[in-house]
Design a protein around this ligand. Structure first.
Ligand code: ATP
Ligand code: MG
Length: 565
């Protein structure tokens, strides 16, 4: 009965495999979380019999290319047996035990997927990191996490060797390379002789599965710990309604293996829906390779950072005929409406933006079938109740700017990170009253669409006005001279602080007269948005400081303006 206003929850019968419909129901809060859950066993391994019966199309589960003629195609069945072998490498010769933390610093190679799945099977906690990390970054990560093992590729060896003596907890170094290296175990060698028999550990659904480091846009990256279910079940609706995936789809998500977006787009959301994950080894983004890939392979779904789309619309995209592309996504940074518009004009395709965080996953999205309002991040996505709140934790009405927050019920939502590892103060600081606060500012309109204003620290207060950098940047990019820009506060003797824009110019404007162009851009912003927001200072720069993921680091420019280091 529905007595005392409590919701009726279907609970899970042990031993009965969960279906995709069950996962959806859990995300809609119509069903309780199972006690035990393991993504490898309960999701991946469930697809292999369906491959055999034809219930799932003959798409690979993983399709990897490197642009040099090498190709790997694994079915879910193959992914199963290969990852069992990898699991035996991790437990036996590497001597790792359930709960141990493993730093996985690999480029986009098939082994990255194998090792992650092997960690799931053995209950090891994987911590992906990009190969662009410096020795200092790696030291910070290994020490902060007390990692027992590092799995790395050739390019990472020198950095690891230079700091390894300072990491007393590190027991094993595993090298994924055809070469051998003193002091390192060889993954390919051990893999060759490993058995394909392995029985998956019975992990609890709230047991730690992975630690993801935040992007470090505003300081040192934070270690957000996620559970088997937060990652393994929490992305069901995202895969179905935002990425719009079915098992017939092929998704190319371009993010680096080190960030949670790789896990969302190239592992959890996609494999929950039985879709094929396409990977290009591409060490560095290259427009020609990118366009070539979309015209050669039957990729249906594309996900990339806004910075990539900003670069692409500078090209004449109409000349290219993409083979099967039908659905394009972006996230991680705000997408300027002008870029969305250009992409649409040039490719005939919409761009569906999502907004989220390493800590809590996707919060808002433009879901397939929903009307897109250019410049908005779409509506809040289930299971979250997204609200705009003030500094005291009160909900603000539509149209009022405040902090973007998630309403909490009595229990912590299962799709949340469990904590910032070893940092209870920072973890506690994310909670305000009944809300989780994102640290981002925004507005909700009366239709329930959310509009990003800026990171709380990036908002500029000039002559009493609050100015969000994103709106000014979006106005600037409408001008043909502007490829991209970063808008920050700058000191001013009269106004306290004023708006300053750092602008990267497009090729035809590079040799323009800077004073004239400054006036022209200021004029343009005054016409396109409320005039008080126009940048009183403009500086032309070759490039903007960015994180490895391509996010603009406004704090670096701001600190520079204010003489802080
Ligand atoms: P750190 O927390 O270490 O400073 P970070 O916040 O950039 O780094 P992530 O978790 O990778 O680390 O990024 C989440 C943040 O990225 C969000 O809080 C928001 O500021 C920004 N973001 C993500 N998607 C969007 C989007 N669609 N529009 C605007 N901002 C976005
Ligand atoms: Mg953050």
């Amino acid at each position: 009965t529905k007595s005392s206003g409590q919701r009726f929850h279907k609970s899970h019968q042990p031993g009965v495999p969960l279906t995709l419909a069950d996962f959806e129901a859990i995300n809609r809060c119509e069903r309780s979380l199972p006690k035990k859950f393991n993504f490898a066993r309960d999701v991946l391994d469930q697809w292999s019999p369906k491959e055999k019966t034809g219930e799932r199309p003959a798409n690979p589960a993983l399709w990897w290319v490197n642009g040099k003629g090498d190709e790997v195609k694994w079915s879910f069945g193959e992914l199963g047996s290969l990852s069992r072998k990898a699991a035996n490498v991790l437990t036996k010769p590497c001597g790792l035990e359930r709960g141990d933390r493993v730093a996985v610093i690999l480029p986009r190679i098939p082994e990255w997927w194998l090792i992650n799945v092997a960690c799931m099977r053995t209950g090891l906690v994987f911590m992906p990191g990009t190969t662009q990390l410096t020795a200092k970054d790696i030291l910070y990560r290994l020490r902060a996490s007390k990692a027992k093992c590092i799995v790395a590729s050739d390019e990472v060896i020198p950095a690891v060797e230079s700091i390894v003596s300072e990491c007393p907890d590190l027991k094993t170094k595993l090298l994924v390379s055809p070469h051998s290296q003193n002091g390192w175990l060889s993954f390919p060698e051990l893999f060759q002789t490993a058995s394909a028999e392995h029985s998956c550990v019975e992990t609890g659904s709230q047991e730690p599965m992975a630690i993801y480091f935040t992007s470090g846009t505003t300081g040192s990256p934070k270690m957000a710990q996620h559970s088997q279910s937060s990652l393994g079940i929490g992305y069901t609706l995202c895969g179905r309604y935002w990425l719009d995936l079915k098992s017939t789809d092929i998704i190319w998500n371009m993010s680096d293996t080190g960030w949670i977006k790789a896990a969302i787009g190239s592992m959890f959301s996609s494999w929950l829906q039985g879709a094929c994950v396409f990977v290009h080894r591409m060490a560095q983004f290259d427009t020609d390779t990118f366009l070539d890939t979309l015209t050669t392979y039957p990729i249906t779904t594309l996900c990339s950072a806004p910075t990539v789309y900003r670069m692409l619309v500078q090209k004449d995209l109409k000349r290219y005929k993409f083979k099967k592309l039908r659905h394009c996504l972006t996230g991680g940074e705000p997408l300027n409406p002008e870029v969305l518009e250009q992409w649409k004009v040039q490719t005939g395709l919409e761009l569906y933006e999502g907004y989220g965080q390493t800590e809590v996953g996707i919060i808002c999205a433009n879901q397939k079938g929903q009307e897109i309002k250019p410049g908005s991040m779409g509506k809040g996505v289930l299971p979250y109740d997204v609200q705009i709140i003030d500094e005291n934790g009160n909900i603000l009405p539509p149209g009022k700017e405040g902090e973007i927050a998630l309403r909490l019920t009595s229990t912590r939502p299962f799709c949340f990170f469990s904590e910032y590892v070893d940092n209870p103060e920072k973890t506690a600081a994310t909670i305000r009253g009944n809300f989780y606060v994102t640290g981002d500012r925004g507005v909700m309109d009366s239709d329930g669409y959310f509009w990003f204003v800026g990171r709380a620290d990036d908002v500029i207060i000039s002559s009493g006005y609050r100015i969000g950098p994103f709106e000014v940047e979006s106005a600037l990019i409408e001008h043909p001279a502007v490829v991209e820009s970063a808008v920050v506060s700058s000191p001013d003797p009269v106004r306290g602080e004023v708006v300053k824009a750092f602008v990267v110019l497009s090729a035809p404007f590079k040799s323009s007269n800077p004073e004239k162009l400054t006036l022209e851009l200021q004029d343009h912003v005054k016409k396109s948005t409320a005039p008080y927001k126009y940048p009183r200072k403009v500086e032309f720069v070759k490039e903007l400081p960015k994180t490895i993921t391509g996010k603009i680091k406004r704090n670096v420019l701001r600190d520079h303006e204010w003489g802080r280091t």
